[in-house]
Design a binder for this molecule. Structure first.
Ligand code: DGJ
Length: 723
């Protein structure tokens, strides 16, 4: 619910469990008043200014310093020296802006964001949106702050639209959200970091005075940092304590962090990275920022994650496969790499169909002169050496086994050794007379150009129209360097990376709308672009190129801080594992992949009968439990970052079935009993487990006993509510 107390000039944004409040102060500055557990709407306008301090940066209205105030959307150059929400250089060279309140409106539902992915509502009664207009009177810039309140889903989204009504300006900072909190010196910041094959490991550290920042400068949200931070009470755990989440629906360069000032006011911020960002706005032009999704949980990190899971699963992901059961697929990449032909692929598909796999995905190497990774990207037509009979012949053969056929693309890229590059050398991101850095022998196409985007749309569409292709893996295997565009004038070169994202989103919007029956999975050398922006177009992402079961425990656990298991592609691969050479039991590999979008990535013809039987059983089990993993509530019971175990619990939507996934990274000799306390059960209900009966209260207060005595022990416990 959104309301405005006109006497106190206070806006209240209320979800089921939270209140967010801000006021128009008497100098017309928009001031942040409160965000946290839901409270009665009885705040006073001057709560924000209880103390008058000596300041060196000057006073506003002769009585207070904006430096000392919690601001909703701030600027630099006045009395506030903190990192600003907004910054611009004007045609006279001045860099000062001052944003003053002008008015507001409240609308039902949630307007979409032009050209950008965002959460949405299905029924306009699900959400309300407050749009507050601020303006800079000297430079005639309007800034519209949008706040959407998802009442039941317990989330508030924020985004900003900047409209220039004056002379040309150069926007250099346009964050999606900043929130100023007091008393945050005893808090932690948590973020998800890593690199290729080691994505989204958890970092948690105390907030200290100064700026603590994570960001991306690589042109993709990246594996280095995910576009997300949480600010948590220092004592917050998985189940208890205040946790504030900030997640950005964007796939490009972002910044996120928190700056704690001398008065223990912490400014948390998230948005497009101002680093190297410059966007020219002529008179009448505007810029829409990406959406920041803000969540507050009193139930610790687990509570925050469950809010994100539900919101992203149901109101960010779209299309037919948002709710439909996805595919159990086999992908040939780790089975063959580039060494395949039609007969070999059909053999793999045959074996897969025998054990219940329903989709065969042909990965890299089917197009152009792609016999290695040195050539062919950009040439989206069959490689005659590989598939002399064409894709249709292969797809038909796979279909005749009762399976769907899926295909890999990497449409944003080009090899210099390709027909496309030979024809259009200026279609890549580059800077004239500078050498372009090659990564995996490839360059990035310039998606800030409409002609390039349209080429991609038509090239991919032509292939999808050629055969019965029901799944697409959309890969992207390098970050951007020398990110200049041949089409943009010099003063607009600072727009390239953002314009690339707008181009990519245009391409994805067009293709996914054109092919609504195709299930799209995004990938960026694994999880190098696992973000809410991509999930808007493609409901699942290949979580990591690291398919080792032990490494996956950490990667998937970290990913689940923000993203639901339904978004995580997870496959069983061969051992010794191709990334870390570890050998783990086949059953453990199945178990670890199972809560995600389950599949296989190995040559099943090389498996033993016993392994095939394990795989067959795992598929049956997965099909039974899939709805619980993907639509139920997820509780993280033990962290593989802190213990030898990973324990994840899922409760079905009807609350009648509980699945506990226990996996050991390392056994302990003569191991002690470990008690694993379950969460979220009904205290007064009775649950059955392996023929025994347990009370919900017992299971939550004492727990299930587990003995970590065997290397890579891996259990799936299924409890049924008995009465
Ligand atoms: C990187 C992906 O993450 C892999 O799964 C595979 O598709 C390769 N690219 C193919 O080049």
């Amino acid at each position: 619910m959104i309301s405005f107390d006109s006497k106190e000039q206070i806006f209240y944004l209320e979800t089921q469990n939270t209140t967010y409040a801000m006021c128009v102060f008497h100098n017309q500055v928009l001031v942040h008043l409160y965000w946290g557990k839901r409270i009665n709407p009885t705040l006073k306008n001057d709560y924000c200014l209880k103390f008058k301090r000596r300041t060196l940066t000057g006073f506003d209205c002769g009585e207070f310093s904006t430096e000392d105030m919690p601001l909703e959307y701030s600027t630099y150059g006045n009395a506030d020296t903190r990192l600003p929400s907004f910054g611009a250089v004007y045609s006279d060279g001045s860099r000062i802006s001052k944003l003053i309140y002008k008015g507001y409106k409240i609308v039902k539902g949630k307007p979409s964001l032009e050209g950008l992915p965002a959460t949405y509502c299905v029924d306009e009664n699900e959400a309300e949106t407050l749009i507050i207009q601020l303006f800079d009177s000297v430079k005639t810039v309007d800034v519209y702050l949008s706040y959407t309140v998802f009442d039941e889903l317990d989330a508030i989204t924020r985004s900003v639209k900047i409209v220039n009504n004056g002379e040309r300006l150069l926007l250099n900072t346009a964050l999606s959200a900043t929130v100023d909190f007091y008393g945050m010196d005893e808090s932690d910041i948590l973020h998800l970091d890593g690199t290729w094959c080691r994505e989204r490991h958890i970092t948690r550290r105390r907030i200290v005075h100064g700026n603590q920042n994570i960001d991306s400068r690589s042109g993709a949200s990246s594996a280095y940092h995910n576009p997300f931070i949480a600010i948590c009470d220092k004592d917050a755990t998985e189940n208890h304590g205040d946790v504030y989440g900030f997640s950005l629906v964007y796939s490009g360069n972002f910044t996120a962090g928190v700056e704690l000032n001398a008065y223990n006011c912490a400014r948390a911020y998230i948005g497009i990275n101002p680093f190297e960002f410059e966007f020219v706005l002529e008179n009448g032009e505007s810029l829409q920022t990406p959406e920041a999704v803000l969540t507050y949980s009193l139930e610790g990190l687990g509570g925050m994650s469950r809010i994100y899971h539900k919101l992203y699963r149901t109101r960010l992901c779209r299309g037919k496969y948002r709710d439909a059961e996805r595919f159990v697929l086999i992908n040939n990449w780790e089975a063959t790499y580039f060494n395949f032909d039609e007969a070999k692929l059909v053999e793999i598909a045959k074996k897969a169909s025998e054990i219940g796999v329903d989709t065969m995905v042909l990965d890299d190497g089917w197009f152009g002169a792609r016999n290695t990774d040195k050539a062919g990207l950009g040439d989206w037509y069959e490689n005659p050496d590989r598939l002399p009979n064409g894709l249709k012949s292969l797809a038909d053969k796979v279909n005749s086994l009762g399976m769907r056929f899926g295909l890999w693309f990497e449409p944003e890229m080009v090899n210099p050794d390709s027909d496309l590059y030979r024809k259009h050398p200026d279609w890549v991101l580059h800077v004239e007379s500078r050498e372009s850095s090659l990564v995996r022998n490839q360059l990035t196409l310039d998606l800030s150009r409409k002609d390039v985007c349209d080429y991609i749309i038509e090239a991919v569409s032509a292939v999808l129209n050629k055969a019965n292709i029901e799944y697409v893996k959309w890969d992207m295997n390098r970050y951007m360097t020398e990110a200049g565009s041949a089409l943009l004038p010099p003063e607009k070169q600072g727009e390239v990376m953002h314009r690339y994202m707008l181009g990519l989103y245009y391409v994805l919007e067009t293709i996914t709308n054109r092919f609504p029956n195709v299930l799209f999975e995004s990938c960026a050398s694994g999880g190098g672009r696992f973000d809410p922006g991509m999930l808007y177009y493609m409901p699942q992402t290949w979580t990591s190129d690291d398919s080792d079961a032990v490494e996956r425990l950490m990667i998937q656990y970290g990913t689940s801080i923000v993203y639901p298991y339904s978004a995580m592609g997870a496959h069983v691969s061969a051992c010794p594992n191709h990334q870390v050479s570890r050998t783990t039991p086949f059953r453990m590999r199945c178990n670890v992949a199972m809560p995600g979008q389950f599949g296989f990535e190995l040559d099943l013809n090389k498996c033993t009968e016993k392994e095939l039987e394990t795989a067959r059983q795992a598929i049956i089990e997965y099909k039974e439990l899939q709805h619980i993993f993907h639509k139920g509530d997820c509780y993280r019971l033990k962290s593989p970052f802190e213990t030898n175990l990973s324990v994840i619990q899922f409760i079905s939507e009807d609350k009648n079935t509980v699945v506990v996934c226990i996996d050991s990274k390392k056994a302990i000799p003569n191991a002690p009993n470990e008690y694993i306390r379950l969460e979220g059960l009904d205290d007064n209900a009775v649950y059955s487990l392996d023929g025994e009966i347990y009370g919900g209260d017992y299971l939550m207060n004492r727990g299930i006993v587990f003995i970590n005595d065997v290397e890579y022990k891996s259990l799936r416990l299924i409890l049924k509510k008995y009465r």
